[in-house]
Design a protein around this ligand. Structure first.
Ligand SMILES: NC(=O)c1ccc[n+]([C@@H]2O[C@H](COP(=O)([O-])OP(=O)(O)OC[C@H]3O[C@@H](n4cnc5c(N)ncnc54)[C@H](OP(=O)(O)O)[C@@H]3O)[C@@H](O)[C@H]2O)c1
Length: 249
C-alpha cells in the first residue's frame, strides 16, 4: 500500500499506460481520477476494474490541451475525492510520423504546443493546492525518443525534450516547497499508440533490447508508482528510462 490515503489524477488514463497506472496506484491505496478525452466507455471500464478490486476511482473528462477544461476537471476531482497530491502527466498527444523534409508545420506545432499545454495546464491547476499543503508529487511520462531520436519522430522528440526541461524547471522551483517532479521515460511499449508499428519492427526492437522484449503498460506503471511513492522521497528532477535497457544514459 505505497499510495495509502493519496489522491491521484492521471491524464489520459482511459487506455494504455495511463490505464495501467491508474489501476496500479489504486491497488496501492490511492483514490484515482481517470482522465479521458474521447474514450468515455474505456474510462468507465478502468473505474469498474478498480472498484471491482476494492479501490476508489472516478472518471473525469477533459481535453488536457484546454485550460478551462483542465481547471474544471481538477475542481471536480477536488470536490469528489479531495485535494490532488499526485499528478501523472501522461496523455498521449498525437503527431504525424513523417520525415522532416515532408513535415507539415501545422502538425509539428500541434504536437509541440499540445504536449506543453497538456503539461503546463495540468501542473498549473494542481500545484497551488500542493503548495498550500507543502507536499505533492508530479510524474510526467516522457519518451526515450527525447534523448535518442528516431526517423519520422522529429515533432515527438522535440516536444518530449521540451517536456523534460519543463520537468527539471518545476523540480527546481517547487522542491523547496516539498513538491517532487520527475520524468519516467518509456521505450517502445505495446499500446494502441504502437498498434500500427509493424510486427517485425517490434521484434527487432525486442532483440536489440538487453531485456529482450518490448515494454508493457504495466512496466511503465511500476516505474510511475516508484516515482510517486515515498520510496523515492529524495528523488526530484530525474529522468528514468523504462526500456529494458535499450536506452542507457
Ligand atoms: N507506447 C509507447 O511506445 C510510448 C513510448 C514512449 C512514450 N510514450 C508516452 O506514454 C504516454 C501514454 O501513451 P500510450 O502509449 O499509453 O497511449 P495510448 O494507448 O494511445 O493512450 C492514449 C491516452 O491518452 C489520452 N489522450 C490523448 N489525447 C488526449 C487529450 N487531448 N486529453 C486527454 N487525454 C488524451 C487518450 O484518451 P482518450 O482515448 O479518452 O481520448 C488515451 O487514454 C504518452 O505520453 C506517450 O507519449 C508511449
Amino acid at each position: 500500500m505505497l499510495m495509502k490515503d493519496r489522491i491521484a489524477l492521471i491524464t489520459g488514463a482511459s487506455r494504455g499506460i495511463g490505464a495501467a497506472t491508474a489501476k496500479l496506484l489504486a491497488e496501492h491505496g490511492a483514490a484515482v481520477a481517470v482522465n479521458y478525452n474521447n474514450s468515455a466507455d474505456a474510462a468507465a471500464e478502468v473505474v469498474k476494474a478498480i472498484e471491482a478490486a476494492g479501490g476508489r476511482a472516478i472518471a473525469v473528462y477533459a481535453d488536457v490541451r484546454d485550460q478551462s477544461q483542465v481547471e474544471a476537471m481538477v475542481a471536480q476531482v477536488t470536490e469528489r475525492l479531495g485535494p490532488i497530491d499526485t499528478l501523472v502527466v501522461n496523455a498521449s498527444i498525437q503527431f504525424p510520423m513523417v520525415p522532416f523534409v515532408e513535415y507539415p508545420w501545422d502538425g509539428f506545432e500541434a504536437k509541440l504546443v499540445g504536449e506543453l499545454k497538456a503539461a503546463f495546464f495540468s501542473c498549473r491547476a494542481v500545484v497551488p493546492s500542493m503548495l498550500e499543503r507543502g507536499r505533492g508529487c508530479i510524474v510526467a511520462v516522457s519518451s526515450g525518443l527525447s534523448r535518442h531520436p528516431g526517423p519520422g519522430f522529429c515533432a515527438h522528440s522535440t516536444a518530449k525534450s521540451a517536456l523534460d526541461a519543463f520537468v527539471k524547471s518545476l523540480a527546481l522551483e517547487l522542491g523547496p516547497q516539498g513538491i517532487r517532479v520527475n520524468a519516467v521515460s518509456p521505450g517502445l511499449t505495446i499500446t494502441d499508440a504502437t498498434a500500427r508499428v509493424p510486427e517485425d519492427r517490434k521484434q527487432m526492437a525486442a532483440r536489440m533490447t538487453p531485456l529482450q522484449r518490448n515494454g508493457l503498460p504495466e512496466d511503465i506503471a511500476g516505474a510511475v508508482l516508484a516515482m510517486a511513492s515515498d520510496l523515492t522521497g529524495f528523488v526530484t528532477g530525474a529522468y528514468l528510462p523504462v526500456s529494458g535497457g535499450s536506452l542507457m544514459l
